[in-house]
Design a protein around this ligand. Structure first.
Ligand SMILES: [Cu+2]
Length: 140
């Protein structure tokens, strides 16, 4: 009980706040070959839906929003053109769900590094965040 309250009160500050959009809890996994994946929690505190329309990173040639869909016991990744962020709601990327797939990583992302991500929202515009690079075992 006490621990749960403590965690809630010690939530880290947002990575970015812009145009009603609040980005928290970002990280990227260490790269494997020229690929890596990155995760953000994007909340929309505004009264109208916003939409993630583009993701980029100076660390990679391409960043694509993906969603892992499990069908018949096998995971498959679907490319999403856009990700709606509902008014008053949020989307939480996680391993095995929504994620940002980085390909053509320019130099290896190593645990302890940080990585810049640039997301563009239809309403809030361009938002830059810096996220830590973590190991696979550091996250569920
Ligand atoms: Cu993917």
């Amino acid at each position: 009980m006490i621990a749960a309250v403590g965690i809630a009160q010690c939530a880290p500050p947002p990575l970015a706040v812009s145009g009603g959009i609040v980005i928290t809890d970002g990280y990227a996994f260490a790269s494997v070959g020229s690929g890596a994946s990155a995760f953000l929690v994007i909340a929309n505190e505004g009264r109208v839906e916003d939409t993630l329309v583009l993701a980029e990173s100076p660390a990679a040639e391409m960043v694509m929003p993906h969603e892992t869909v499990v069908a018949g016991g096998a995971g498959r990744m679907a490319h999403l053109e856009t990700i709606p962020i509902p008014a008053g709601g949020s989307i939480a990327m996680r391993s095995g769900g929504l994620h940002l797939m980085m390909s053509g990583v320019r130099r290896p992302l190593v645990v302890g590094d940080s990585c810049e991500l640039v997301v563009t929202l239809a309403r809030a515009g361009v938002i830059r965040v810096k996220v830590p690079v973590v190991g696979f075992s550091d996250r569920p």
